[in-house]
Design a binder for this molecule. Structure first.
Ligand code: SF4
Length: 431
């Protein structure tokens, strides 16, 4: 039977902008991947995907430039390494993200991410939803990432030895950004899965495709949405934690240094990834992390020389040229994405070339369309390609909205529909 595009999406596959090419996204709980698994991703990218890997701001890895005929073999090879793409695209519970990898509580967060990943991935109850359903787990609210999830979980301490989480719901970016609202406080871990199930059930029943959960918050109001969720029978259930050996890959952080390897626009060659894997195997207990800023991080074994290792990786991978970069998240744009309205990587290099010294201390994000995959509303300076406008010669030229973020919440638009030259001019002065 021929696969439909919907089937491909649930397998984590989108068609690329370039005809006849596909992108395969791989879900990594909390952005964590073992060296063995990463080696498989590198091998698959080399054999089928022109040797390139893209790191996303949700801690996933993507392999572009795949032929349709190779997709089944790509899926098999990833699966044999214990990797899954199920629900990485389309109307499903997406990869469980975490931007708090550098915090002391990260093993707790990674453990919960793995538990949620196991529960919601490939389960027909949580697929064929009106649109994507995003879950993120954070150590605190400082980065604002809990505000952009359908369900954002924030560690709120522990009671009787059990971790508790605040639950934020119905946030999202895109054309109509809306921050999530606090639905429940200090919820014990045993109740997290049933509550998320209740949220998904209400979403699936009431939201028309292709609307996100935030649509229901706007339609019904927060109070009614909360009532509907609390009325679900599953809402009050508890699922006992299964005791046993630890689930997390990343060891406890005490006494360890974190090594961050900047990767421009999340674009990594398979060869560069192989070099990083070698360091991870020798010095980081065989574990790599894809960060929320599209970089790679390693948690080094006690006694490791972080500076020497950074130098070694930069020498062997050639990633050194970007080491001075500010935090800068960049989506694929029209380099590969069908939705992209501009060449994001090319524009980012132009912005970097003119960036002031004080601008380099800020966080930046650039998205190729309103979908806002690089989360521009969470950066100090966010750029969204908002439209294509015909010029005097009839050529379609991109226009940009500029966002600035203050102390909390989501960033706001401060300039609309700028031309490229106007944008570059404004950005030179940012700092
Ligand atoms: S923001 Fe738009 S252009 Fe960029 S990756 Fe997302 S959908 Fe594609």
């Amino acid at each position: 039977m021929t696969s439909t595009i919907t089937d491909y999406r649930l397998d984590g596959i989108y068609k690329q902008r370039q005809d006849d090419f596909y992108m395969q996204r791989v879900k990594l709980p909390a952005g964590v991947i073992s060296a063995v698994q990463a080696r498989t991703v590198a091998a698959v990218a080399t054999r089928f995907g022109q040797g390139m890997i893209h790191l996303t701001s949700r801690g996933s890895m993507e392999i572009h430039w795949l032929h349709e005929t190779d997709l089944p073999q790509v899926k098999r090879e990833l699966a044999m390494a214990g990797l899954t793409a199920r629900g990485a695209c389309g109307g499903a519970v997406r990869g469980i993200t975490c931007a708090s990898q550098g915090t002391q509580g990260f093993p707790i967060l990674e453990t919960l991410a793995r538990r949620l990943h196991r529960h919601f991935t490939g389960n027909p109850r949580f697929e064929r939803l009106p649109k994507k359903f995003k879950i993120g787990i954070e150590a605190d609210t400082s980065g604002g990432r809990h505000l952009i999830q359908d369900v954002g979980l924030v560690l709120a301490g522990s009671e009787d030895g059990r971790s508790c989480f605040d639950i934020w719901i119905a946030g999202g970016l895109g054309k109509e950004p809306r921050p999530g609202f606090l639905m429940a406080e200090r919820i014990a871990e045993e109740r997290i899965i049933p509550i998320i199930e209740a949220v998904v059930a209400v979403y699936a029943r009431h939201a028309p495709p292709p609307k996100r959960l935030k649509f229901l918050a706007a339609e019904f109001g927060e109070a009614k949405l909360r009532q509907l969720i609390e009325a679900e029978s599953v809402f009050h259930e508890e699922l006992p934690l299964v005791s046993g050996l630890a689930d997390h890959f990343v060891p406890a952080t005490q006494g360890r240094q974190r090594l961050e390897l900047p990767v421009f626009a999340g674009q990594l060659t398979a060869g560069q990834l192989e070099q990083i894997i070698a360091v991870a195997e020798q010095h980081a207990e065989g574990v790599l992390m894809v960060t929320a800023n599209q970089d790679i991080a390693l948690l080094l074994a006690p006694g490791s020389d972080a500076a020497a290792l950074l130098h070694r990786v930069q020498q062997t991978t050639g990633l050194a040229a970007d080491a001075h970069s500010p935090v800068l998240r960049i989506c694929s744009g029209n380099h590969e994405c069908r939705m992209g309205l501009t060449a994001t990587r090319a524009l980012a290099r132009e912005i970097l070339a003119d960036m002031s010294e004080s601008g380099q201390k800020l966080s930046w994000a650039l998205s190729g369309c309103h979908n806002s995959c690089s989360q521009p509303q969470l950066a100090d300076v966010g750029i969204v390609t908002s439209s294509l406008v015909k010029d005097a010669q009839g050529e379609r030229i991109p226009r940009f909205d500029l966002y600035r973020r203050g102390e909390g919440g989501l960033g706001n638009v401060v300039e609309r529909s700028l031309t490229r030259d106007e944008l570059i001019g404004k950005l030179k002065a940012v700092g």
